[in-house]
Structures are given as C-alpha cells and as structure tokens.
Design a protein around this ligand. Sequence first.
Ligand SMILES: [Zn+2]
Length: 212
Amino acid sequence: MKISNGLRDLIFPPRCLCCSSLGKEICDACSLELQILQYRTYVGNVPVFSSIKYGSKAGRILLAAKEDGVRRADELMTDALVDSLRTAIKTLRIHPTLIPIPHSKRALRKRGRNFVAEIAGQIAAQENLPIRQVIGHNRKVRDQSQLDAHSRIGNLSGSMSVVRPLARPCEVFLIDDLITTGATIGEAVRTLEIGGFRVLAAVTAFVALPLR
Ligand SMILES: [Zn+2]
C-alpha cells in the first residue's frame, strides 16, 4: 500500500538522525552544529577543502548515508561536497577531473555500495566536470578507525594503485567523504603522482579538526 508523505509522517513522525528528537530528520539544533562553512587543511602540499566540522553528529550523518542510504543524510553530504568543490575550483581556478577515493573491498562488501563514487558521480554530472575512477586497492587493509596517524600510514602504504593509466598528464581533485589524519588522501596522492596525475586539491564533506 502506498501512503502519502503527510500521512506517513503522522503515523511515523521523523526522528532527528543525530539526536533522535521527534519532528525533523535533522532538528534545528543539530543543523546549527552541521553548518556548512569553509575549512582548509593540508596533506603535504596538497590543500584539502572541506565544509563541515566532524564530530559525533556528523559521524551519525555519515553512517546514516553510508550504511543505511538515508536520503536526507546523502543530501547533506552531497551539499557539503559540492560546496567544498566549488570553493576549491574558485580558489585554484581550474577545471579539474574528479577522482573519488574508492572504499576498501571489505567496506564495499559490508555496504554494498561505493558511496563516495556514487555521490562524486552525481556531482560531476551536476557541475559538468569529468570524473574517472582510476584508483584500485592492491590488498586488504585493516579497519582504520582505531589506528593512530602513524599506524594508518603503515596500514595504507602501497595499498593502492592506478588501475587505468593515462595517456597524458591530467590535473585532478581527489574526492572523499572525510579527512581525519590525511593518511588515506596522502596515499592516494602518492599513488596518483606515480601514475602521472597532478593532484591539485582534495575535497571532502567532513574534516576532523585538528588533523591528528
Ligand atoms: Zn537533532
């Protein structure tokens, strides 16, 4: 049976994805904490443009988008990524090719969707930018969430490779959902540079400040 949105909201009123209060999918108080602003960090010489400061609320949004495919969470992530991307383009004044950082094989199996690549694909179409999926994983990596910055670098070292080489050099932006230590972006930059790409920036929705 199909029911209207209005009726559905009456029977199952939405709860805030972040704090579970009744009323909206993201309540006003949580929206305020998830404000889209402009943040800039660096991984080596590569500037990273981000829009929302990562914390427990942003963490719930990320999980809701990644693991449960909740539309409102997807939309917020997309808005944040678009904002970061536009700032990066305005700042660097180039027309980049977008390269999403792929999930590990384990994460793909768990989630059944390549979340960052999907969102990056939508954004590339919307912003009229080329997109290429050229990074592959060579081997299994450990779950990074409990690892410190140093261990993450070791965990990721040599784990990626360029699976679709380029005929000529190309200026690119990396796309990812979140930067916490910069280890993943650092490894992706290293991999792409070996493959002849020039990585001019990375763009993420969330940034954990300060980078650890
Ligand atoms: Zn809330």
